[in-house]
Design a protein around this ligand. Structure first.
Ligand code: ROI
Length: 161
């Protein structure tokens, strides 16, 4: 059993409702317990010209292997109408494996820890609601270190979950 943190994001088709549906689907994954879900946060897209995003983090305990979990998450994204038109395009639902126990995974389909999570406020602040600030990433920095280097700017915590 490993503790897994997932980043969730949506900027199309009622984003908060997309995240609520995703949480419901996560709660029904095989071999998996949904341990917690952060509040939802809104922020501007990192890329100009896209609608604002709603983001959250979920914690799971699972005995699924990383690629089994990835397949299950992509099935949830597809069920919720995700269309892979352009790599960084707007999306109804994005489910990213941020951390998988203390594993380092470097496979063509899956890199863990998730790239750029260290500097993204919309990942770190919801993560900090679920994970201890003593959580240590592979590069030796703790979640507390990362939060200290990443100001809570442009994030709006919404309570509607
Ligand atoms: N911006 C925000 N605020 N939230 C996201 O989840 C997000 N995801 C992306 C890009 C387009 C980089 N910008 C984002 O993929």
């Amino acid at each position: 059993m490993e503790r897994i943190y997932l980043g969730m994001g949506s900027n199309l088709a009622d984003p908060a409702e997309q995240l609520r549906s995703a949480v419901d689907a996560l709660a029904h994954l095989p071999c998996t317990t949904l341990v917690g879900v952060s509040a939802f946060y809104q922020s501007d897209s990192l890329l100009p010209g896209q609608p604002r995003y709603t983001n959250a983090v979920a914690a799971l305990d699972s005995t699924l292997a990383p690629l089994e979990l990835l397949d299950a998450l992509q099935a949830i994204e597809n069920d919720q109408g995700r269309e892979r038109l352009e790599r960084w395009g707007p999306r109804t639902l994005d489910l990213d494996i941020l951390l998988f126990g203390d594993r380092l995974i470097d496979e063509p389909r899956l890199k863990v820890p998730h790239y750029h999570m260290q500097e993204r406020a919309f990942v770190l602040y919801p993560l900090a609601e679920l994970a201890p600030e003593s959580l240590r990433l592979a590069d030796g920095r703790t979640l507390a270190d990362l939060l200290a280097a990443c100001p809570f700017v442009g994030l709006e915590r919404i309570t509607s979950n």
